[in-house]
Write a protein that binds this ligand. Sequence first.
Ligand code: DGL
Length: 261
Amino acid sequence: MKQPIGFFDSGIGGTSIWKEVIKILPNENTIYLADSINAPYGEKSNDEIIALSVKNTEFLISKGCKLIVVACNTATTNSIDFLRKNYTIPFIGIEPAIKPAALFSKTGAIGILATKGTLTSKLFEKTTYEYTKNITTIKQDGEGLVALIENGKLGSKELDKLLTIYLKPMLQFNIDHLVLGCTHYPYLIPQIKKIIGNNITIIDSGEAVARQTKTVLEKFNLCSNSLTTGNHQLYSNTQTNVLTEILSDVLVNFSVEKLNF
Ligand code: DGL
């Protein structure tokens, strides 16, 4: 099936997932939608996030996508149930990897950095309740981080300052795992490590989502049987330079287009 796999995020962060998917599924065609004009989703209400997720889904379906990866924790935790009920194509979601962090924690304390929209969602509440009964969880809203990344401020002093405010207090609780609950945050790992050191395990879900995408494609017989590498079309509804910049380590061919959307 040559139809593309669709991806959407509130912006450029979901490319951290897209990169993992194209690594293990090199022959698949993909379409990525960065809804940057509406970032950050994390500050919006549940209804607003559902409405944006529907709009993004409609766009990707109109482009012929056979499966959609919701490459955004905030959109997943707020809207994936709605999307699955209302559309017939399969959806892959991403939510903070609390389960492995709790399972492997030796100190009994884990940190979770995510958006307000994720931390206040019902799905997050359910997962936390299920897996962290005997674990201390330090939850931190990463307010402002997504906006800075979307504005091309990776590596900046402003980001350092915010990350220090958000992460330093977690160290007092002796956390041994830090869960990154937003697809923008893997791009902050070098800056995060400078603050928390190398002894705390940082968990993001990119590889797990890529494996799950492959499993679901196989299950529904949707895999591409093409022998050549896939085509990759990325769209942004703001200036495309920050998106292009974040793709500078990508070795396959892709094109980026500005969209009025
Ligand atoms: N990448 C989105 C996520 O994973 C960012 C959400 C936002 O725009 O606040 O949650």
